[in-house]
Design a protein around this ligand. Sequence first.
Ligand code: MLT
Length: 325
Amino acid sequence: MSRSTAVCVSAVFLLLATPPGVAQDYPAKPVVIIVPAAAGGPTDTLTRVLAASMGEALKQQMIIDNSGGAGGTIGVNKAAKARADGYTLLLYHIGMATAPSLYRKLQYDTLNDFDYIGQVADVPMMLIAKKATPAANFAQFLAYAKANKDKVTYANAGVGSASYLCGLLFMSAVQADFTMVPYKGTGPAMNDLVGGQVDFMCDQTTNTVPQIKSGTVRAYGVTTSRRLASLPDLPTLDEQGLKGFDLVVWNGLFAPKGLPKPALDKLVAALQTAVQAPAFRARLADLGAEPVPAAKATPASLGALLKSDIDKWAPIIRKSGVYAD
Ligand code: MLT
């Protein structure tokens, strides 16, 4: 066989080995991660920390596209409709599991429009209020809020968001309803809380810890069953009387359905490297968040979690009788 024929044959083999649409050098250009919430909020913060770590592993830049609104469903829909070429991803959370029950006319199919890359981190939440709130602890806060429930406002990131969900659970636990004030994310909501335009909020530690450390808001409790290592003096809502209150926000990395396997494999490997990176873990610990173990940074683990969570929240949401549309 002549040398030129040999070269052609091996080129053909190489082409056959690489499915269409995925160059051998994937990723050959920056990868976009859609964040279905406004910049400056908890999901944005987590995604930027991940993008730095995962970008290093991929030897490629990762860019954030903030597409907030409608409890995150606008950004999630954008990701569902994006090209499945490995250059558009989605980082979102528990909101992926609540939307199918809250939105009767969802524009995407949560269980069939996405490929799973893996879990990223679990983020506890906290009950916080504006600095001027006349209450030194949770009991005083509850008494004050209930006595003024017609004027006390609860900020959140829209129906289906984590802050909305926490509000729903909190109001049913204390048997009092407060006026919900929706934002495109808890980033802008936090600005108004610090400014005193709204009264209280339940938000992820990746957004609350910096404010608590700088003394710009009051904190009344964490939503997890155990106290946070980063804030050991802040009691849980459970130990302050809301028995069984236990809410943590899982976060996962997704891609539009149909991602070529070589790209998926590279992304899963890069995610696993990222969640084990000391800098990533240290930054999340500072923010009260818990990176997942590598065993959870897998498509199977995220897929199983999403399915079980959709089933868990459906009856709770049905019982609340709340629908977004
Ligand atoms: C955000 O990043 O703004 C949050 O994830 C919103 C939320 O779900 O509460």
